[in-house]
Design a protein around this ligand. Structure first.
Ligand SMILES: [Zn+2]
Length: 329
């Protein structure tokens, strides 16, 4: 069974074993190791190797709980294949509770696949990538909206790639935003190199949102079912589904005035053309500006921090086709 042993630089995990590892990816100013937590669960039965990663942006917490629950709360005794669980990729950002790596504000999620001889961010990315991403057959990378905004749970994936498409559909989210993603993101670089990977966007930074975490756990279970890794689980169907691609109408609606925003709708709600999305008022509540939907669609994301300058985004609206509109209504 030597073939099914998971091997990384410094150790290995044989079939039927699990390991909690603190893996050094860099050093502090004191020369102490900067270590990421990694849990590897190697099932007794053969199957694919799948990574689950979170907090590549240090303040995006929802995914951490998803990855920890899979690794430490799920009954995986009949698992076929291997799970590589990486709950916190950006440890320095997590400790500072900020999105980027501290000091130079480098974005770890623009640094993949990394490099052994480049910047600190790229060296960290290289350690993570070569040891724990490259050996995998598939991957799920969990994110949230940027601070000050929130979004409904959705998948981002390059659905033009057949293998990525299969993974994206298997997660069973209602919304998939198509596209390969920016250069240097974990999902783009891993997918391009032969490890199909999708991003799951869920909610807002700096908090645990139980409903979204449970939804993401259901999606993860659905993925493991699709690839035959869990015995008694099934692939889920979300009731309706829309793939938003480059030809779909979608827009960030921006404020034309400065003011205080009263949002009428939640992320994930459908809004009809002409319906009011939010009202923006001045401090005396004498000036009211209403913002109406330019077309019928789904509010994928909305702002959380209810203050805007002219030009600030209010919400992310994506058009829905007629048949999907009927299903949502
Ligand atoms: Zn993120």
């Amino acid at each position: 069974m030597a073939d099914d042993t998971f091997t990384y630089n410094g150790g290995s995990v044989a079939p039927g074993e699990r390991a909690n590892i603190r893996y050094g990816i860099s050093e502090t100013y004191f020369g102490d190791p900067v270590r990421i937590p990694v849990t590897i669960i190697n099932g007794e039965r053969p199957g694919p190797t799948v990574f689950l990663s979170a907090a590549a942006h240090g303040d995006e917490l929802n995914g951490i709980e998803v990855v920890r629950a899979v690794a430490h709360e799920w009954d995986l005794h009949s698992l076929a294949g291997t799970l590589v669980c990486l709950p916190v990729l950006n440890v320095p950002g997590f400790l500072a509770q900020q999105r980027y790596l501290p000091i130079y504000d480098r974005d770890l999620n623009r640094s993949f696949p990394g490099s052994q001889t480049s910047t600190n961010a790229k060296r960290m990315a290289h350690q993570i990538y070569t040891n724990f991403i490259e050996p995998c057959d598939l991957g799920l990378d969990f994110h949230t909206s940027t601070r000050g905004r929130t979004n409904m749970l959705h998948v981002r994936a390059d659905v033009d790639d057949e293998a990525v498409r299969r993974l994206a559909l298997a997660f069973g989210s209602r919304v998939i935003i198509a596209g390969e993603g920016p250069e240097g993101t974990l999902r783009r670089e891993a997918s391009r190199a032969g490890t199909p990977t999708i991003t799951i966007e869920m909610g807002e930074a700096h908090r645990f949102q139980r409903e979204l975490i449970d939804e993401a756990l259901a999606g993860t279970e659905s993925v493991l079912a699709e690839y035959g890794m869990l015995e008694r689980s099934a692939v889920r169907w979300p009731g309706w589904r829309t793939v938003i691609d480059s030809t779909s109408d979608k827009t960030w609606i921006r404020s034309d005035v400065g003011g205080i925003v009263e949002m009428e709708l939640e992320p994930g709600e459908m809004v009809e053309e002409g319906e009011t999305i939010c009202t923006i008022t001045d401090p005396f509540m004498t000036e009211h500006t209403t913002v109406d939907a330019p077309f019928t669609g789904l509010l994928v994301g909305v702002l959380e921090n209810p203050v805007v300058y002219p030009g600030n985004p209010l919400c992310h609206l994506a058009a829905l086709d007629e048949p999907t509109q009927k299903l949502v209504r």
